[in-house]
Design a protein around this ligand. Sequence first.
Ligand SMILES: [Zn+2]
Length: 86
Amino acid sequence: MTCGFCNSSPTESWLSSWCEDCAMLRRLLLVNEPKKCIEILKRVLLRNDKQITNKINLEIQKETTADDQKDYEKPKTRATKSFIDR
Ligand SMILES: [Zn+2]
């Protein structure tokens, strides 16, 4: 049997009428408030080409300006050295 919601995937089990993904969507809607979920999905999924380009550029900018000194062990200053020696 095919899913009663998306009409494309097979149902989760013999007794179920929804596929695995749609069943998960339903559970998420039940755990949270449906109106809240709709607002989130609208904000994330309903974007025009300009918004998508802006989002991509923002992510690239984040990547290039990321702190590349994270893996580098900072030199011990006198204050920290004396603290360790004690
Ligand atoms: Zn489905």
